[in-house]
Design a protein around this ligand. Sequence first.
Ligand SMILES: [Zn+2]
Length: 286
Amino acid sequence: MAGGARRAGAAASEVVVGAIEIEPALDAVGVLCEYAEAYPGVTADEWEPYQALYPDLFAGSCWRLPCLSYVIRSEGTTILVDTGVGPPGLWKDWEPEREGMLGASLAQLGVEPDDVDVVFLTHLHVDHLGWNTDLDGVPLFPQARYVVHADALADVMSRMDEPHIRRCVEPLLGTFDEVTGDPEIAAGILAFSAPGHAPGHMGLRISSEGAEATILADGVPHPAQLDHPDWVFAFDDDRVESTTTRAALVGELIRGDGLVVCGHFPGGGIGRIATREGRTVWQDAT
Ligand SMILES: [Zn+2]
């Protein structure tokens, strides 16, 4: 099967990469902040064409942010990529429209918590780990090994008093599968370091039967940055390193023809790079 083809009888949002299946699972949507705050060097005029291309990501001059996780199935292994914002009302730094949907989204895909073999955490920001545990800090995916980069874990060890770290990281200490380098997560699925956004930030490269997909995590948090990888994102931990990482990643994506996946992109966040009117754009494939 060609990458991006849809399996007969599959859920509407499912995409296949050779023999590997990827499905988006939405946890939350909300208004994060003014674009001028997230990208201080970018003017409202510069945003205009991207507002036309990606209207779902705009609430006036503010960033309307979807937070999607992904279910990946490879040779009988079920991987959940990131666990969203978590139970409603906990993240105080945004204005949610809808929250707390990951469980229902997974159920719609036929995935129960016990079915998840691997929870892959791209990084430990508040919008990527919220359902690691329930409200009481009990791990929600009891059969899963939780994979996280050693640098991400080392970074939060001094910040255990932050509520999302205390609830979603502390109860799992001692059980994390701490990784470095480019470890294989399952057949055809390799993690890769994408430094700069957060300590230990990782993406995933998926390849099967000649088809490919790249999960960007927050290396390219907005599709406008596929056209402007040099646009500096104020919430990056190391803005210079992140911009270098992004430029390299975007160059590679433009040269390739694989699927490009990001949980903060519109729709299901699974799509392809295209050129339209001289711009590098992202097209939803779900
Ligand atoms: Zn994020």
